[in-house]
Design a protein around this ligand. Structure first.
Ligand code: SF4
Ligand code: SF4
Length: 322
């Protein structure tokens, strides 16, 4: 088989089957992790319905605070789903898969408009990420690459349908191959793309409110010696945003990332944050994270706060008996 035949049929088939396989595996891994770890009430019908709604429409305080950005994200995701699936020109994908399934088709004019919207949003995401220092600081190389991977099939597809402009005449013959290959790379990336919770160490004070709010026990804190460790399992996370709502410091974010090793880490919790714990100045027991302590002491400068709860109770009792 020549190169053209490979990218047009075999590679399309392979990438779609990998995508489907990965989606099924992710769902099974999720069920396994939830079954092994989550609270018993997770399995009640009402709780499950609420969870499904929350994971598809994660309306947390950050998204409510930024309605414009949230709407744009939703629109981009709608374009990412509808254009590849409902475009008549993509019939070859379903033929390559040799199934009897053919998705509903949308009129070409709609697909055209959605593609243009996706291109503009993709470019806007990229410019925003490069130009806003705060966002740039928290971005990894993958964040940039993934925006390009997601937008390139739309740009190349649009030019294929509307004609390559003169300024990029040198791509005239290759734009078809760019379109197919970028589409396949996008499908493969989407298969292994995980949405996971990140904690910004510059903002987090280690209070563990996020752990208390997490409905699936995905976030877990362990206090050992003088360190509080935050552990997190991406398969248990339903991306509901409850941790974002609970965080008093706006330190939690839900972000996409792709890591093949993480994909196969089922039921293993990764350490996503550590915070030092404060020791009582009298008995040396640890009792609260240092950032929480520092924050409270700035507000209420009192030596009493440097004692652990037990030593405070002891002091109360002594004062009472005096
Ligand atoms: S970690 Fe956050 S987003 Fe994930 S399930 Fe828990 S509360 Fe929801
Ligand atoms: S709720 Fe926010 S500040 Fe508190 S531990 Fe979680 S991320 Fe850190």
């Amino acid at each position: 088989m020549d190169f053209q035949g490979f990218i047009e049929f075999t590679a399309v088939k392979i990438s779609c089957y990998i995508f489907l396989g990965a989606i099924i595996l992710r769902f099974l891994f999720f069920l396994f992790c939830i079954f092994v770890n989550a609270e018993k009430n997770f399995w009640t019908p009402l709780y499950l319905i609420k969870t499904i709604i929350r994971s598809f429409f994660p309306l947390h305080k950050i998204s409510i605070k930024r309605p414009f950005y949230t709407s744009i994200r939703y629109i981009f995701h709608i374009c990412l789903i509808l254009v590849p699936i409902c475009y008549t020109g993509h019939l070859m994908i379903w033929e390559a898969l040799e199934t009897d399934f053919y998705p509903p088709e949308l009129p070409d004019i709609w697909i055209d408009r959605l593609a243009v919207i996706a291109i503009f949003i993709g470019i806007w995401f990229l410019i925003r990420r490069i130009s806003i220092p705060q966002i740039r600081k928290s971005s990894s190389a993958f964040d940039y690459i993934f925006i390009i991977i997601a937008t390139l099939p739309f740009i190349s597809g649009y030019y294929l349908v509307s004609g390559t402009p003169d300024i990029i005449f040198f791509l005239d013959n290759d734009i078809w191959n760019i379109h197919i290959i970028s589409g396949e790379v996008f499908i493969l990336c989407a298969a292994f793309l995980l949405c996971s919770t990140r904690i910004n160490p510059d903002k987090c004070i280690g209070c563990a409110s996020c752990e208390l709010a997490c409905p699936t026990e995905t976030l877990e804190t362990i206090d050992k010696d003088d360190i509080r460790t935050f552990k997190y399992s991406h398969y248990q996370c339903i991306c509901c945003g409850s941790c974002i709502n609970a965080c008093p410091e706006d330190a939690v974010e839900l972000r996409h990332n792709m890591n093949l090793l993480n994909f196969f880490k089922v039921n293993i919790k990764n350490i996503i944050r550590t915070a030092k714990l404060k020791r009582c100045i009298r008995c040396s027991k640890t009792f609260t994270p240092e950032p929480v302590f520092d924050k409270v002491v700035i507000e209420l400068n009192h030596d009493y706060l440097k004692l652990c709860p037990e030593c405070r109770k002891h002091d109360h009792a002594e004062n009472f008996l005096k």
